[in-house]
Design a protein around this ligand. Structure first.
Ligand code: NAD
Ligand code: MG
Length: 387
């Protein structure tokens, strides 16, 4: 048996984190979990440490460090904050970024600078830092493989495509969207959406932030930006197609009209296992389909009038530079306010639009510039919340 791959799993206590642990449990000989982190839920973090005998653990604050220290053996190293995340991201051959939001940035940058394979679930860091990630991923050995199901599908459908920059043999990328819980709803119904409504996703069970993003279609908007940064294809060549069954995870249309799609039942363990196993496929048929049972696949255009988040994301892509960072930061503030019952559902996208009206062009050449832009967009978003 070859030496196991060293895996760092940051955001181990979340939805993607837990599903990654399920994959690792089935593949103990192949992978060794060397580093984990979590934001809250310290007893869960301690249980993971114990189960996998993890040597290094990251937490958010020094108060969390003190509390965790009482739950794990003294030999375990506990690191704190952004610096801690960044150092853990340099530990693995494979680094799974399962942190939610802009807080995942140190993991993305750290893993790429260390020349690791980054299994990226945390789309917000890539969306916000695209110009900086483009530089960081040039490190020898660095590689990004997308955990996000749509992008993992496109990654697979691009196998065999031209390796020239921008994929000239690809006409367009087709990102599929379930449409979320409010597909087909009119403005009047949308005006009455509650927190519980928005947290009821029709096909996927996920963390709260991405579930709300799926209900506004901001998740799909972020995914357009994510796909553009990952594959070097401009947003004008990326289309969104609503596909309520969430079986076709995305598609690539080539210039000869041929369309390649990747399919499975919706199960995030499949893209996670794909990213961990590369270049091999792991022998667990998560998401396997039963064609004999008979089912339909349907496709339709998104309702861009009812879900203006999509157009906001395309506009941010057109502007480039720090505009996607502003979009994502404003959205994080607005979604957080919605989840704390401080904002109505309809107002989430209104807040983002109001912030984007103030965008001042910035090419985003440095990490300092990114943190400045993020802070400005957050401040403006907070100023647009109801008092
Ligand atoms: P989640 O809320 O379930 O988990 C988030 C994890 O990040 C937790 O471990 C939490 O403790 C940690 N965390 C939160 N705030 C932090 C902070 N400030 N500093 C450090 N750690 C922090 O989220 P999730 O649904 O697992 O999503 C994680 C990422 O994966 C998101 O970017 C999401 O868009 C993406 N994603 C998720 C799914 C899914 O099925 N859940 C699918 C595709 C992409
Ligand atoms: Mg997705």
């Amino acid at each position: 048996m070859p030496t196991p791959q060293r895996v760092a799993l940051l955001g181990a206590t979340g939805s993607i984190g837990r599903q990654t642990l399920e994959v690792l449990r089935r593949e103990r000989a192949r992978f060794q979990l060397v580093a984990i982190s979590g934001g809250e839920r310290l007893s869960e973090l301690a249980a993971i440490q114990r189960e996998f005998a993890v040597k290094r653990v990251g937490v958010k604050t020094s108060a969390h460090r003190d509390a965790l220290a009482a739950l794990v053996p003294a030999s375990v190293e506990i690191v704190v904050g952004d610096e801690g995340l960044s150092s853990l991201a340099r530990d693995g051959d494979v680094v799974v970024n399962a942190v939610v939001g802009f807080a995942g940035l140190p993991v993305t940058i750290g893993a790429l600078e260390a020349g690791a394979r980054l299994a990226l679930a945390n789309k917000e860091s890539l969306v916000a830092a695209a110009p900086l990630v483009a530089t960081a991923r040039r490190t020898t050995g660095a590689q990004i493989v997308p955990v996000d199901s749509e992008h993992c599908a496109i990654y697979q459908c691009l196998a065999g495509a031209s390796t020239l920059p921008g994929h000239p043999d690809v006409r367009r990328l087709l990102l599929t969207a379930s449409g979320g819980p409010f597909r087909g709803w009119g403005h009047e119904q949308l005006a009455r959406v509650t927190r519980a409504d928005a947290l009821r996703h029709p096909t996927w069970s996920m963390g709260e932030k991405i579930t709300v993003d799926s209900s506004t279609l901001m998740n799909k908007g972020l995914e357009v930006l994510e796909a553009s940064a990952l594959f070097g294809v401009e947003a004008a060549r990326i289309d969104v197609v609503v596909h309520p069954q969430s079986i076709v995870h995305s598609m690539v249309e080539y210039v000869d009209g041929s369309v390649l799609a990747q399919m499975s039942r919706p199960d995030m363990r499949l893209p996670i296992a794909y990213c961990l196993g590369l270049p091999e496929r792991l022998d667990h048929a998560w998401g396997a389909m039963d064609f004999a049972s008979g089912f339909e696949l349907t496709f339709e255009a998104p309702d861009r009038d009812a879900f203006p988040a999509l157009d906001l994301a395309y506009e941010a892509a057109r502007l480039g530079g720090a505009a996607p960072a502003w979009l994502s930061a404003a959205n994080e503030v607005a979604v957080d306010a919605f989840l704390r019952d401080r904002l109505r559902w309809r107002e989430i996208v209104d807040v983002v639009a109001a912030v984007m009206d103030h965008y001042v062009a910035d090419p985003l050449n440095t990490l300092e510039a990114l943190y400045d832009n993020d802070a400005t967009a957050r401040r403006l978003a907070a100023g647009n919340l109801p008092r």
